[in-house]
Design a protein. Structure first.
Length: 146
């Protein structure tokens, strides 16, 4: 399993930060690996939301369908995408902090079946992808790393 966790402190209210993060259409705003997001079901950032997320991949872009499986506004959100090759789980935790909040983004990528043999090789690649996304998230939330 590859995992990437980052935390950003922002002056945004917990509700504003949660709403922004829960609406996956914003992924393309801060994650340079995301080319496009299309909402296919549910309300924007709601408990029943489903999004097709097009990510840059080799040899061609890949569309992942993320389903909201846990929604506790304005505290916690879990979205999951499953494919034949892997399962991607992205958890967002928002914690009020003084006049703003902190946003923790915890992404896990688990390879399925025999592909799990490549978990170790995936970790450094996932770290590079995560570092770029974390920088974009810090900018989007007008915040700083904790």
């Amino acid at each position: 399993m590859a995992r990437y966790v980052t935390t950003v402190r922002t002056s945004w209210s917990a509700q504003k930060a949660f709403d922004y993060m829960a609406d996956l259409r914003h992924f393309a705003d801060w994650d340079p690996g995301v080319r496009h997001v299309n909402q296919t079901s549910g309300a924007a950032g709601g408990a029943d939301a489903v999004f097709d997320v097009t990510v840059a991949a080799v040899p061609k872009d890949l569309v992942l369908t993320y389903r909201t499986v846990d929604f506790d506004s304005p505290r916690s959100l879990l979205v999951v995408a499953k494919s034949r090759v892997f399962i991607s789980e992205d958890r967002v935790r928002v914690t009020p902090n003084g006049s703003g909040c902190t946003v923790e983004y915890d992404a896990q990528l688990r390879l399925n079946g025999p592909f799990h043999l490549f978990d170790l090789a995936l970790r450094p690649v996932f770290k590079r992808i995560g570092d770029r996304a974390a920088a974009g998230l810090r900018t989007a939330l007008e915040g700083s790393f904790v």
